[in-house]
Ligand binder design. Sequence first.
Ligand code: SF4
Length: 158
Amino acid sequence: MGLWRKIRKTGRVAEPAPERAPGEVPQPELRGSVQIRHVDAGSCNGCEVEIASAFGPVYDAERYGARLVASPRHADALLVTGPVTRNMEMALRRTHEAVPRPCLVIALGDCARDCGAFAGAYGVAGAVGDVVPVDVEVPGCPPEPEAIVAALRGLTGR
Ligand code: SF4
């Protein structure tokens, strides 16, 4: 009973919905529900903290139809973070091949977009766009959860 009273007193804690990213939904077939496989291609893990926050109870990206899945074979989109390291280049290519078509690719964070702070490092093969075709970019180092949710809303159209 104490827990129930606390829940009632606390109320809803989710942040107000951030605006949807402007523009058309890139794949109309996926409107309403996009299953996402996350790939860390060489991130410092800063972007992962923000992804966890975007899918946590406060920002709750799932309420807009975006959901993280464990297998690329169950996914509609790849959410890729970090510059692509040499060790992850082939893994990213194969993961992309394993996703049923149409497959969207989101490059999340400055490292994914243009290698960011790691540009020119000996272990870096390139940006995500150098390895697989990118549909959506989310800038920031790291991007804030609001920006991640807004980008995901742009994919689902919700
Ligand atoms: S964009 Fe920033 S937070 Fe994200 S992986 Fe690169 S250095 Fe880390």
